[in-house]
Design a protein. Structure first.
Length: 778
């Protein structure tokens, strides 16, 4: 069926009306628009607009998408129409990996009215027949539109991070790292707890190397594939795990190769421990143990098969794992410098480090991603440790060197542009390792150059946290991420310290703490309260009203680690989670990741024939109102043949969102248009308007449906409601959609596997459809 939405007909205007409206618009734009009591300075830049928004003074909407001058603003639920344009301007996307074609966004694919805004636009206002606008009207209107667009592209998050940087209590001054092993020896001699720790390290090294471990015949794969072959859940590693059989299926062979990869990583880690024991105790036996492992890798690196699926690699199944692991081998070589001969150092250089650096520099896989940074860091580290200026410069300043990657990869919002808090931390760990190598090689300038950027990346996640102390899980996230990740902060305490990082480093015994003791802060830092956040450079928004908070992931900059989750949302009231993104499984190669968690069905998104977005775009923010905690976003090319638009609002009574799906091809045949809502809350449907549920097969169209169990189907009236039981609190969730829409309910996968959650799926057949979801506490 064709589901039409109501449209507001703009009134006719006189020339006097138009001129007056323009003057009003200019005045509102100059003062920040909307707060009668505020005395804002003129906003002429995006930064000014962001500052005003941060102060709660402005409400902005796309000038080309507001009601005509003088018209009353339409009802938000009626403003989500996606009119099919006669023509559309397309913009090109960045290159993507060859595994998936990206959709091309339409720059302005809909002429639709926006939710209520304080700033009215005259750019599209009609004139009286046979008349012309006053001189300069078009130019002035264009300027107003540009000012409003600047406000929509300005980052609230950026100004809020600036405030965190200046507020004190979290950041400490940039620090010069030291490595004092003489003091470490005194600490061991005078502190029995440290002496016990050192003895435990020695015992672990002796146990590990007490039997043969790594071998030349072992070919490594991807560590992420070390999962239960039945459930896909990550398996714990034990140093005494038996070597698995080679296997006969692809998954069994991948499992064996993953075991080899982890074994190799662990082996290199114990070699570094042996080298550190030599530094502290002077024990030549430990030095020889560590050196023999570097000999082994230098002898065999060129003999392992060259893998080219994800960069060039030999020791591991992908370049990334060589980049992360070579840093430990470089630290091992540095620690053994007083012990080994020049000939042995040359062997490691020529047989291991330089060939590995060559492979690192060969990495080029689609759009920029975190692997580029790790490869650049490892290349620069090899150069610094070997005293090779060519490799150092390639890693730091080359076309995909640290400088280039950081310039492109860190958004103005302070978040790594892959759009995952987990990978934001992963990038920070890469920089921590770079700083460690730079420090021991006298390159403090490297730390100084990137310290301000690192500080922003450390603090930015704090802004997005929920009341339960967790972060949202946009894109690929394999476990819960804390707003202040203590291990990440701790890894940087020697260079770019925070109070939390210093606290963590002061209680966790490590080689770094032993040689470079941290100074514990005198008091605990206080984190700011969660608030509304607008991050247009990364495509995130958090809407906050009272205890209600919605996190919205509306756009995506790159395909790297992206999931098909544009327009997804997460919701909580205080410490009660109502719907949260499950992230994904441990293995990126697992079917449940590829077919469910990374796809639309595994997220709270609009669906066409069961499928979410088929590419990535940032979308177009039509309006954002920090005072009303509302957002309106258009994804004109949500799919190659369909557009989607969503409005979101949070207030003291709860949350609402309205979704409009429209097929974009002229003469399109009716399709199955849907939304899905996933929750770990209990779901109870007793409203007779929802129809009678009966067992049914899952819908077709998406591979992810096969992971549903206990599927039921019912036919609902246009409006119906259900009860959610969330951690002892009750909520009403109400839906509206086309009359006679289908409602499917099922048990669906959650994380960590094999946990589950409940899925509610609403579907109507047509060329366009509108659905509204409202949630309130009972």
């Amino acid at each position: 069926m064709n589901i039409a939405s109501s449209q507001v007909e703009p009134p006719r205007h006189t020339m006097h009306d138009l001129a007056g409206a323009l003057l009003t618009t200019l005045a509102l734009a100059a003062c920040g628009g909307g707060s009668p009591s505020s005395e804002a300075k003129p906003q002429s830049t995006a930064a000014d607009a962001a500052a005003a928004a941060a102060a709660g003074m402005t409400r902005v909407a796309n000038a080309a998408d507001t009601a005509a001058s003088g018209a009353s603003a339409p009802d938000p639920a009626a403003s989500t129409a996606l009119a099919k344009p006669a023509s559309a301007t397309r913009t090109s996307l960045p290159p993507t990996p060859p595994t998936k074609a990206a959709a091309t966004p339409t720059a302005n694919a809909a002429a639709a009215t926006a939710p209520a805004v304080a700033v009215r636009s005259t750019a599209a206002a009609p004139t009286v027949a046979g008349t012309s606008p006053p001189a300069g009207l078009a130019t002035a209107a264009t300027a107003v539109g540009a000012s409003q667009q600047a406000a929509l592209t300005a980052s609230l998050a950026s100004t809020q991070v600036d405030s965190l940087l200046k507020s004190g209590g979290l950041l400490l001054p940039v620090r010069t790292a030291t490595e004092n092993w003489a003091r470490a020896r005194k600490t061991i001699a005078s502190d029995s707890d440290w002496a016990t720790w050192l003895n435990q390290k020695r015992a672990a090294v002796d146990h590990w190397f007490g039997q043969p471990r790594d071998r030349a015949d072992l070919v490594a794969g991807l560590p992420n594939d070390y999962v239960d072959l039945q459930t896909g859940a990550a398996l714990p590693w034990s140093d005494d795990n038996a070597e698995p059989a080679a296997g006969t299926t692809d998954r069994q062979r991948a499992f064996k190769a993953a075991w080899v990869a982890i074994l190799r990583q662990v082996n290199i880690g114990y070699a570094l421990d042996a080298a550190r024991l030599y530094q502290v105790t002077g024990d030549d036996r430990m030095a020889e143990t560590a050196a023999s492992q570097l000999d082994f890798y230098a002898d065999n690196y060129g003999k392992w098969p060259l893998r080219t699926a994800i960069g060039n690699s030999r020791m591991f199944g992908q370049t990334l794992d060589e980049a992360t692991t070579v840093l430990s081998m470089l630290e091992t070589a540095h620690a053994l410098a007083p012990y080994v001969t020049a000939a042995r150092k040359a062997k490691w250089r020529d047989g291991l480090f330089l060939p590995l650096a060559t492979n690192l520099q060969a990495y080029s896989w689609g759009s920029l991603n975190n692997m580029n940074l790790w490869c650049a860091v490892a290349t620069a580290a090899i150069g610094m440790e070997l005293g090779n200026a060519t490799w150092t410069d390639a890693g730091l300043n080359g076309p995909r060197g640290v400088a280039a990657v950081m310039a492109q990869g860190v958004t103005t919002d302070g978040i790594w542009y892959e759009g995952s808090f987990a990978y934001n931390n992963y990038v920070l760990l890469a920089l921590a390792r770079l700083f460690d190598i730079a420090a021991i090689n006298g390159r403090g300038d490297v730390v100084a150059k990137y310290a301000p950027m690192v500080q922003r990346m450390l603090l930015a996640p704090v802004l997005y946290r929920f009341d339960d102390g967790s972060l949202p899980s946009p894109n690929d996230t394999r476990s819960a991420v804390a707003p202040v990740d203590k291990p990440t902060h701790g890894a940087l305490y020697r260079h770019v310290p925070t109070t939390i990082g210093m606290q963590y480093a002061s209680v966790v015994r490590t080689w770094a703490r032993l040689s470079d003791a941290p100074t514990p802060p005198a008091s605990d830092p206080q984190l700011p309260s969660p608030q509304t956040i607008y991050s247009p450079d990364i495509g995130f928004t958090s809407l906050r009203a009272g205890a209600w908070q919605a996190f919205i992931h509306y756009g995506q900059k790159t395909q790297a680690h992206a999931q098909a989750e544009a327009l997804n949302y997460e919701l909580a009231q205080g410490g009660t989670n109502i719907t949260r993104d499950a992230g994904t499984s441990s293995s990126y190669g697992s079917p449940v990741h590829l077919e469910y968690f990374s796809q639309g069905l595994g997220n709270n998104v609009p669906l066409v024939d069961g499928q979410g977005p088929d590419g990535y775009t940032m979308g177009e923010v039509k309006s954002f109102d920090p005072m009303a905690a509302s957002l309106d976003v258009l994804q004109a090319r949500y799919r190659s043949d369909a557009g989607a638009r969503r409005t979101y609002k949070v207030d003291a009574s709860g949350f609402s969102e309205t979704t409009r799906l429209t097929l974009s091809q002229p003469g399109a045949t009716a399709r199955r248009l849907a939304i899905v809502f996933n929750t770990t809350c209990g779901v109870q449907v007793s409203d007779p308007r929802a129809g009678t549920a009966s067992a049914a097969a899952a819908p077709s169209g998406a591979p992810g449906f096969k992971y549903w169990t206990g599927v039921t189907r019912q036919t609902a009236q246009a409006a119906w409601s259900a009860r959610l039981n969330c951690g002892g609190k009750a909520y009403e969730i109400s839906f509206t959609g086309p009359a006679g829409h289908s409602v499917y309910r099922a048990t669906a996968p959650s994380t960590p596997l094999p946990s589950t959650r409940n899925a509610i799926y609403l579907e109507a057949v047509g060329v366009d459809a509108t659905f509204t979801t409202r949630i309130r506490a009972l």
